[in-house]
Design a protein around this ligand. Structure first.
Ligand SMILES: Cc1cc2nc3c(=O)[nH]c(=O)nc-3n(C[C@H](O)[C@H](O)[C@H](O)COP(=O)(O)OP(=O)(O)OC[C@H]3O[C@@H](n4cnc5c(N)ncnc54)[C@H](O)[C@@H]3O)c2cc1C
Length: 358
C-alpha cells in the first residue's frame, strides 16, 4: 500500500518575541495569549504520551492543529498545548469501486483533498480549500458546498483519555450533525487518524449546492470531472476570502464565525421573514446567518477596534492586524445582540472558544 510523502504541511512558525508559547502565532486569527507549556508532536505516540502525562499531572490539555477554528483568549491557555504535526496518508483497503484512506490527524486537510482528486478518488472534492488539519475535520463535521466529512468517514481513530486506549470509532459513535459531533467541546478524545471511504471514479459526487452547480454550468445532481469541481470550489471560496492568504486580512478569520440558525417550521412561519432558507432535518428550517446579520444592520466591512467583518463575506469576523481577542469577541457580541434584537433569533459561534466567552 502506498505511503505518501508530500511537500506541504501545516505551518509551524518560528518563535515570536514572546517565545514560541504565544498562541496567536498558531491561529489563523493571529489572536491568543501564551501557552503554559507547548509541545510539538510529529509522531502519534508522542502526542498520546503528552496527553497522558498532562492528565496524570492534572494539567488541562489543548490540542491545536491548524488553529483555524479556535478563538483563544488574550490570557492564553495556562495548561499544556499540544501542537499536532503528525503526517501520513495510507490506503488501507483498495477495491475496484472504492478505497479506504487512513490520514494522520496532523496532515493538512487540503493536501489530502488534492491527493484524492489527483488519484481520481471522489467524495471530498467540494471540501477543497478548507484550512486546517485532517484530524480536526470530524470535530465539527466539516462541510461546504453540499459535502460534509460525515458522508465519507468510516472510522475515527482516537485516544480515549477516559479508558487510556486508542480505538476506532465508527460513524454511529461520532454523533455527526451540522457543524457538530461527539468530539466538539469535549477533551476526552485525541483524534489520531481518520479513515475515509472514497469512490474510485474520475467524477465528482453529485453536485448538491445550487451556487456550485450554477458556476459549473450543470444541474443539481449532475457529476463533473473531479478536477473541475475542485478548481471551481477553490475559485468560489477565494472570491469570499475563504482560502487562506497571509497577504489578505479578509482571510485572518475562523471562516464562518456563526452557524446558520435552525428553527422549527412553526417558528419559521411565525417569523414571516422574506429571507432565503433551506430545509433542515425533521421539517426544521435553516436560515443563513449572513442574511440575518446584514439585515440587522451589519454590512461587510463593519468595523470594531482593530477587527472587522470581512469585506468579502458577512459571516467572517477578521483581525485587521491590531486587534485583540477581546476586540473580536466584542464585535461578535454586538452582532449577536443586534440580530437577537431585530429578529429574536440567537446566533451561536461556530469556532471553539478557548479561555474566553461570548
Ligand atoms: C478561511 C477559513 C475558511 C473556513 N471554511 C470552512 C468551511 O467551509 N467549512 C468548515 O466546516 N469549516 C471551515 N473553517 C473552519 C476550520 O478550517 C475547520 O473547522 C478545520 O477543520 C479546523 O481545523 P484545525 O486543524 O485548524 O483545527 P484547530 O483550530 O486547531 O482546532 C479546532 C478544534 O478541534 C480540536 N482539535 C483539533 N485537532 C484535534 C485532534 N486531532 N483531536 C482532538 N481534537 C482536535 C481543537 O482542540 C479545537 O477544539 C474555515 C476556517 C477558515 C480560517
Amino acid at each position: 500500500m502506498p505511503d505518501v510523502s508530500r511537500e506541504r504541511q501545516l505551518d509551524t512558525p518560528a518563535p515570536s518575541p514572546l517565545g514560541n508559547r504565544a498562541l496567536g502565532a498558531y491561529t489563523t486569527l493571529r489572536l491568543g495569549g501564551p501557552a503554559g507549556t507547548l509541545t510539538v508532536a510529529t509522531e502519534t505516540d508522542e502526542a498520546v504520551t503528552t496527553v497522558r502525562k498532562a492528565a496524570a499531572e492534572g494539567r488541562p490539555v489543548l490540542v491545536l492543529a491548524g488553529g483555524s477554528n479556535v478563538v483563544i483568549g488574550d490570557a492564553g491557555f495556562p495548561g499544556e498545548v499540544l501542537l499536532l504535526r503528525t503526517r501520513g496518508i495510507h490506503v488501507v483497503d483498495a477495491r475496484a469501486e472504492s478505497v479506504v484512506v487512513r490520514v494522520a490527524a496532523g496532515e493538512a486537510w487540503d493536501d489530502f483533498v488534492e491527493y484524492a482528486v489527483s488519484n481520481g478518488w471522489s467524495g471530498v472534492e467540494c471540501l477543497s480549500g478548507i484550512p486546517g488539519s485532517a484530524g480536526a475535520t470530524p470535530i465539527q463535521n466539516v462541510g461546504a458546498y453540499g459535502q460534509e466529512v460525515a458522508h465519507t468517514i468510516v472510522a475515527v481513530h482516537a485516544y480515549d483519555r477516559e479508558h487510556d486506549t486508542i480505538r476506532a470509532m465508527p460513524p454511529a459513535e461520532c454523533d455527526f450533525a451540522y457543524r457538530s459531533s461527539v468530539f466538539k467541546h469535549n477533551d476526552r478524545f485525541l483524534v489520531t487518524h481518520v479513515d475515509f471511504r472514497l469512490a474510485v471514479t474520475g467524477d465528482s459526487a453529485p453536485i448538491r449546492y445550487a451556487e456550485l452547480a450554477r458556476n459549473l454550468g450543470v444541474e443539481a445532481g449532475d457529476r463533473v470531472p473531479l478536477r473541475q469541481a475542485r478548481d471551481t470550489v477553490l475559485k468560489l471560496r477565494a472570491g469570499k476570502g475563504m482560502v487562506l492568504d497571509p497577504d489578505d486580512k479578509d482571510t485572518w478569520s475562523v471562516g464562518s464565525f456563526f452557524t446558520n440558525p435552525v428553527v422549527s417550521a412553526e417558528r419559521w412561519a411565525s417569523l414571516r421573514l422574506d429571507a432565503p432558507h433551506w430545509p433542515g432535518d425533521d421539517g426544521a428550517v435553516k436560515i443563513p446567518a449572513a442574511w440575518l446579520i446584514e439585515h440587522a444592520g451589519f454590512p461587510k466591512g463593519f468595523a470594531g477596534n482593530g477587527v472587522a467583518i470581512s469585506s468579502k463575506h458577512t459571516l467572517a469576523l477578521t483581525n485587521r492586524g491590531g486587534g485583540r481577542a477581546d476586540d473580536l469577541l466584542a464585535l461578535a457580541r454586538t452582532i449577536r445582540d443586534g440580530v437577537r434584537d431585530r429578529f429574536g433569533i440567537e446566533l451561536h459561534p461556530e469556532p471553539v472558544l478557548i479561555n474566553c466567552a461570548l
